[in-house]
Design a protein around this ligand. Structure first.
Ligand code: UDP
Ligand code: MN
Length: 267
């Protein structure tokens, strides 16, 4: 094992999880290997995967230090090329996770060559290095077991938390629905899009797809989530990346990530 300052550069298997970490300004100084915007290329090889990690975000500042503390080291041990986008919803509308994922993907494609998207909750930390942030032949549900859910897979149809799709697959399914305002439903709708288009939801074995969730209050469920979910298939072709109406208010190329502030429009 290669150890530099106590940090392994090779995958180690089961990882220690730190729920708190140094402030971001301090972490920034410890990552000279990163290109601006939280972009990384392995120094000694050409990566086989160019990955964009898309994170929907609002008002979770306390979760950013533990997230970045864990993720940059984790991702670099996988020798992938990656960039991290934090997509922040401005305004007071209910949170819309799927819409933010669409914005992140569209904006990421304007900036980098990307083969693979990983859609990632900010509060989920992978517990095992063998959980590769890549896109295999079929879409992958990475966060199979989460501590806050008792490390149980509640249904084989689950497709929330952390998922990966190739750029091509993401375009074929027309991204996420933009219509799920408030908590819930958009992940199941995405699972339905995946299956509707003939793809399979795949997973790592249960000892690998394990995550710790950082603590937060339970969100208020969106009142229309079931209605939108049941009628979802009627809109797969018309509600998604091809209909996302939004305005980018600000973009900051920060050392650890690219930050996009966006106003979402109800379409
Ligand atoms: N999120 C956020 N601010 C919010 C609500 C959600 O940043 O006010 C993002 C964040 O990335 C979070 C994800 O959306 O991890 C999913 O929301 P939440 O954690 O509430 O869902 P749950 O853990 O209940 O599945
Ligand atoms: Mn959560």
């Amino acid at each position: 094992m290669i150890l530099i300052y106590g940090v392994s550069l090779l995958p180690v298997g089961i990882l220690r999880i730190f729920r708190s970490a140094k402030p971001l300004e301090q972490q920034e100084k410890e990552h000279p290997e990163l290109e601006p915007g939280g972009h990384y290329r392995p120094p000694n090889c050409t990566a086989r995967h160019r990955v964009a990690i898309i994170i929907p975000y609002r008002n979770r500042a306390e979760q950013l230090p533990p997230f970045f503390n864990h993720m940059h080291a984790f991702l670099q041990r996988q020798q992938i090329e990656y960039s991290i986008f934090i997509v922040e919803q401005t305004g007071n509308d209910p949170f819309n996770r799927g819409f933010l994922m669409n914005v992140g993907a569209i904006e990421a494609l304007k900036r980098y060559k990307i083969d693979c998207f990983v859609f990632h909750d900010v509060d989920l930390l992978p517990e095992d290095d063998r959980n590769l942030y890549t896109c295999p032949d079929q879409p992958r549900h990475l966060s199979t077991l989460v501590d806050s859910l008792g490390y149980k897979l509640l249904s084989v149809d689950m497709f929330g938390g952390v998922t990966s799709l190739t750029t091509e697959q993401f375009k074929i399914v027309n991204g996420f629905s933009n219509k799920f305002w408030g908590w819930g439903g958009e992940d199941d709708d995405m699972g339905n899009r995946v299956k509707f288009h003939g793809f399979l939801i795949t997973r790592y074995p249960l000892n690998i797809g394990r995550y710790t969730m950082l603590t937060h209050k339970k969100a208020v469920p969106g009142p229309d989530r079931f209605k939108n979910l049941y009628s979802g298939s009627k809109r797969f072709a018309t509600d998604g990346i091809n209909s996302a109406k939004y305005k980018v208010l600000d973009i900051k190329i920060k050392p650890l990530y690219t930050w996009i502030a966006v106003q979402l429009y109800n379409s």
